[in-house]
Structures are given as structure tokens and as C-alpha cells.
Design a binder for this molecule. Structure first.
Ligand SMILES: [Zn+2]
Length: 244
């Protein structure tokens, strides 16, 4: 289809679908034996829809702040500059090389992430009601495909790259994971609780999609398929956006 790059995933499924992810990647799922010309024909039929979705991804990306210098980095939705002097974040003089400075900034952001995420958790935990699981603590990890997760033992894991996006988006993910302490699924009751605790969550989820695509474009973070979190396949599938 016009040389549009896409990833083909064959499986024992019976139908074909095409997904446009917030990162701008296009994934086609097809039955194992489907001939390539059938797949191309299917894509040609959905060409207009795919291009609309891709334009949408680009439009969202273009309104976010741009990193233009090698010592720029994203922090809580803003572009900050690091340096040894006259910068937003000062690197102590003993870190003389660029790579040492970057490691310093990485540690600085991890500490910021721990303190901000913890304070948001303490802020929202009382509103969660009677949880099924007792909150057991926060873990930070650099994850490739998810913003957060909640284990059946009550541990919440958040992606440390989340410190790069605006506070509203971080809050959306924090609330999403806290609500899993009550409902360890994505059913209607779960969504009601999320909307109760954080009424702005839809806006912040949409914004997080845009940030995901920016971070992806900068290879800052990772490829991840879902907007808010831990649903492995919440991409936009043929025009219908599945609930998270
Ligand atoms: Zn979830």
C-alpha cells in the first residue's frame, strides 16, 4: 500500500485487522495462510482510514514541546537543559564527560520520579476505598512496553520514563494502577472507580498517547502499545478504540 511500512503478524485467527498505534506504527494481523495479495487488497481498502489515523498521530505530536539541543531533556512535560553552568539542571563539576553527565541526569530524574510518584500515591490512596489488595509499595523500572502495572501481591510498578510526561498524565497512570488494588481487571467497575477518583483521566490519556509518540520518535523511551498503562493491546483497532 503505497510503500507504507507495516508489521505483519500471522496467527491462527480467522479475520484480518489493522491497528495504528499511538507511536505511529501500523500492525496488520492476518490468518496464517492468507496470501499477500489479499493482505495488500485489505490494506488498500483501509488506506484512507490508516492515513487519517497517522495524521492524527502527527498532529498530536506537533503541538508538544520540541527538544532541539543535545543537552535538552524532557521532564514533567517540559524541555529542560542540563549543563555545568547556566542550565536548568546543574551537573556537578566532577562529572566531566558527557556520558557521566547523562548518568547524573538519569539518577536525578529517577530520584524525582520516586518522590513525585510516591506523593501522588499517598494523595490518592485514601480515595480508593476498601481495596481488595493491600498496597505494598512502589517499584520503579525502565520498561519497554508499559507505563505501569499492579501485581496481585499489591506492588505497583511504574515506568521511570513517566517522569518525562506532564503531571496530569502521570496522575492518570498512578490512579489507574491504584484502582487495580480494588479491581484487578479492566471491567466496568474498574472504569467507574477510575472516573470517580480522577475525572480528567480521559484527557490525560489522550495527551499521554501524544507523549508516547514523541518519546518514541526521540527513542527516549520505548515502544508501547497502549495509552494508559498495562493493557497489552489497547491500540486503535480499525477505528474502534477498545476501552483500557
Ligand atoms: Zn490496568
Amino acid at each position: 500500500m503505497d510503500g507504507l511500512p507495516y508489521e505483519l503478524v500471522r496467527s491462527s485467527r480467522r479475520t484480518m485487522t489493522v491497528e495504528v498505534h499511538p507511536t505511529g506504527s501500523v500492525i496488520v494481523r492476518s490468518p496464517n495462510r492468507m496470501p499477500l495479495y489479499e493482505i495488500e487488497r485489505f490494506l488498500a481498502m483501509r488506506q484512507a482510514w490508516i492515513h487519517e489515523r497517522l495524521q492524527d498521530v502527527e498532529a498530536k505530536r506537533s503541538v508538544l514541546p520540541q527538544r532541539t539541543q543535545p543537552n535538552h531533556f524532557y521532564h514533567r512535560g517540559e524541555v529542560l537543559e542540563w549543563g555545568w553552568q547556566n542550565a536548568d539542571v546543574l551537573v556537578p563539576q566532577q562529572h566531566t564527560t558527557r556520558s557521566a553527565a547523562l548518568r547524573y541526569i538519569e539518577r536525578w530524574q529517577r530520584a524525582e520520579a520516586r518522590s513525585l510518584f510516591s506523593s501522588m500515591i499517598s494523595e490518592h490512596l485514601p480515595a480508593i476505598g476498601v481495596p481488595g489488595l493491600r498496597y505494598q509499595g512502589l517499584k520503579l523500572r525502565r520498561m519497554k512496553r508499559r507505563w505501569g502495572s499492579c501485581s496481585s501481591t499489591g506492588h505497583i510498578t511504574l515506568n521511570e520514563h513517566l517522569i518525562r510526561v506532564p503531571d496530569g498524565c502521570i496522575r492518570g497512570v498512578v490512579v489507574h494502577e491504584l484502582c487495580h488494588l480494588v479491581h484487578l481487571h479492566h471491567g466496568a467497575a474498574f472504569h467507574h472507580l477510575v472516573a470517580d477518583v480522577y475525572p480528567d483521566h480521559r484527557l490525560s490519556d489522550t495527551l499521554l498517547d501524544a507523549w508516547t509518540s514523541v518519546l518514541h520518535a526521540h527513542a527516549d523511551a520505548f515502544v508501547q502499545s497502549s495509552s494508559n498503562a498495562d493493557v497489552s493491546d489497547a491500540a486503535i483497532i480499525s477505528g474502534v478504540r477498545p476501552s483500557m
